[in-house]
Design a binder for this molecule. Structure first.
Ligand code: MN
Length: 244
């Protein structure tokens, strides 16, 4: 298998992982930047993440137009291209409506990392409100203008919420993006529980920085690799299992 095909296989496995872990349901998607052409990215056609196969992957320009492909794309493909255009460090983007996160997008309580595994979320998880600039909409990011506005809200962060809609995370690899999407929801669920018990002691900024540098320095089989192996197996992909 070529390097290129291996990347697309990873994108399929990532899609199945996000469905299997409850981050995506019938909705949600993950992209990866083209390894040889940073002005393009790969994303499945409009299909539920649980059902994605390698034949469903479409190549897009960063403006959301497909490269020689007229299959129905995701309406919200603009999230991926605009974030990759704004952030050269971003290699992969996950957008989902994972449920644990939703309450924090519609209240005045920000998500803050409270568990070492969630330090990857960074110092701040901002909330983008479609209504601030675009008034009444169906809340979906359905244009490059909306995507660009969301990219400003994300800034140099790892994750941002969309009010009344969902969340989006970015990663320097597919594995990092999947990890961040899963632990964003874990943090949200734990935070909602902890806040009922009393005053929450969150990670300090220094702790968050140390956790991020440790993950960044991880060797093969550690950090994002270890979680990937675990989640891939749970999603039905052993080390030898063929990717559909
Ligand atoms: Mn959405």
């Amino acid at each position: 298998m070529t390097e290129h095909k291996a990347l697309l296989s990873d994108l399929v496995v990532a899609s199945r992982i996000l469905a299997n872990e409850g981050i995506c349901d019938a909705f949600g998607h993950i992209s990866v930047r083209h390894p040889e052409n940073p002005e393009r990215f790969f994303l499945a056609r409009a299909v539920a993440p649980e059902l994605v196969t390698i034949e469903d992957i479409v190549e897009f320009n960063l403006d959301g137009t497909a490269v020689c492909d007229d299959r129905k794309p995701f309406l919200e493909r603009f999230i991926h291209g605009t974030l990759m255009a704004a952030r050269p460090d971003v290699q992969s983007v996950v957008h989902s409506h994972s449920r644990g996160v939703i309450p924090f997008g519609i209240t005045d309580t920000p998500i803050r990392p409270l568990l070492h595994s969630c330090g990857v979320l960074g110092h701040e998880v901002p909330i983008w409100d479609a209504g601030d600039v675009f008034g009444d909409t169906n809340l979906l990011i359905s244009s490059n203008d909306m995507g660009n506005d969301f990219a400003v809200k994300l800034g140099d962060g790892r994750a941002a919420l969309m009010r009344g809609h969902g969340s989006t995370v970015v990663g320097r690899s597919i594995r990092e993006a999947v990890y961040t999407a899963i632990y964003l929801d874990v943090n949200a669920q734990l935070q909602a529980t902890a806040m009922q018990l009393g005053t929450v002691k969150y990670l300090t900024e220094g702790e968050i920085d140390l956790i991020q540098s440790r993950l960044g320095d991880a060797k093969p089989g550690e950090g994002y690799d270890r979680t990937w192996q675990y989640w891939a197996r749970r999603a039905g992909f052993g080390s030898d299992a063929p990717v559909p």
